[in-house]
Design a protein around this ligand. Structure first.
Ligand SMILES: [Mg+2]
Length: 363
């Protein structure tokens, strides 16, 4: 189905309770802000897109979408990938002066995801088929086992459970006040995991360069798959230094923003894995640009959170090697995706296949 036209764009702000409290080294939260975008075409196709925020409600993002971006896509044609690229560029440059970075990245992501969903539905294809399927399933690791507030006992119990379920790896948070406590936790989980799965750690930007180095030299002993966000995310220079001084692979990207910022990190060899989040990094269009430039530098992509969407990208892009299970958005959707033996399966539906739980929106 070609030559669709966008005739309606609807934007909503929701608060999604998690049903539990979650802590890492810098965040402490029990709900998620969700900005939901629905685009409708003249062929009666609806595309659904969304972005999310931690510890803010996302009013600003909603306002950028409503007041600045909607007018750019309303009454525009949605014919093929090129028409999305055209809309993306208009949205990108409109917001580049004033809202460049996280604000524009979140806002444009929500619209761009909705446009890709509508396009794939219009073509009667699952999104990953539209993007060129390479696989029917994506390997997934678990982060929900390793929050920072868990006692050592809880941490080991959770990780052991994740291994039993079959996750390809477990990630635990670090950044305890006392370095010694981090070391104990990493060592204990390393002993538990053995060679059965990958082990990653995540500092959520907590450390100074000195502290990241000091703790990193100890972490190096535990054959970690990566050391995530050791430093404030946009400090390119210190990441270059850290990567030079440590043998442990460095991963980041959930807090990077524009494709240009990703390019700076990739091309300066400041990291080993790149972790864009499709709900933040200017949507699927942004993600594709980032994955392409990572490929040119032989860097693998391990997207941040949102497995419900990243499964589509991992099943279509060669260098997206593993996706992350976090529970942050799962309650937004009607159905759980199929999980079997460490792999997540994309829905057998057109578009991204995600339906929003309407009950929740009414609440
Ligand atoms: Mg992280």
């Amino acid at each position: 189905m070609s030559h669709m036209k966008i005739i309606k764009v609807d934007v909503k702000l929701l608060t999604l309770p998690l049903g539990k409290r979650i802590k890492d080294s810098i965040h402490d939260f029990d709900s998620i802000g969700v900005v939901l975008v629905r685009v409708r075409t003249d062929k009666d196709v609806e595309g659904i897109g969304f972005t999310y925020t931690i510890n803010t409600r996302g009013e600003g993002i909603k306002s950028i979408i409503k007041k600045d971006l909607v007018n750019l896509i309303l009454n525009k044609s949605l014919e093929d990938e090129k028409s999305i690229e055209k809309s993306w560029e208009k949205m990108f440059y409109l917001t580049h002066d004033v809202y460049r970075g996280s604000a524009s990245g979140h806002a444009i992501s929500a619209i761009d995801i909705a446009l890709w969903d509508a396009l794939a539905k219009g073509e009667s294809k699952p999104l990953y088929h539209l993007l060129g399927a390479k696989s029917e399933k994506a390997p997934i690791y678990d982060t929900d086992c390793g929050w920072l507030h868990f006692s050592l006992e809880e941490l080991l119990k959770n990780c052991s459970n994740s291994l039993k379920i079959g996750y390809k790896g477990v990630k635990i948070k670090v950044g305890k006040e006392e370095a010694k406590e981090d070391f104990e936790r990493v060592k204990a989980v390393r002993d538990l995991v053995g060679g059965k799965a990958l082990l990653m750690i995540d500092a959520n930007q907590k450390f100074s360069l000195q502290e990241a180095l000091y703790r990193g030299r100890e972490f190096e002993k535990y054959e970690l798959y990566w050391y995530e966000e050791p430093l404030i995310a946009d400090d390119l220079i210190d990441h270059i230094k850290l990567k030079r001084y440590l043998k442990i692979p460095i991963a980041l990207g959930e807090t990077l923003t524009t494709p240009q910022e990703f390019k700076n990190f990739v091309q300066s060899e400041a990291l080993s894995f790149i972790q864009p989040d499709v709900c933040r990094c200017f949507g699927i269009t942004g993600f594709l640009k980032i994955a392409r430039l990572a490929e040119q530098s032989h860097i693998n992509v391990a997207p941040h959170g949102v497995p419900e969407l990243h499964v589509q990208l991992a099943c279509s892009l060669e260098n997206v090697i593993i996706i992350e299970h976090t529970p942050l958005l799962s309650r937004l959707f009607k159905d759980r995706l199929e999980f079997k033996e460490g792999f997540l399966y994309p829905p057998k539906k057109d578009g991204h296949g995600l339906e929003i739980d309407e009950e929740l929106i009414r609440a």
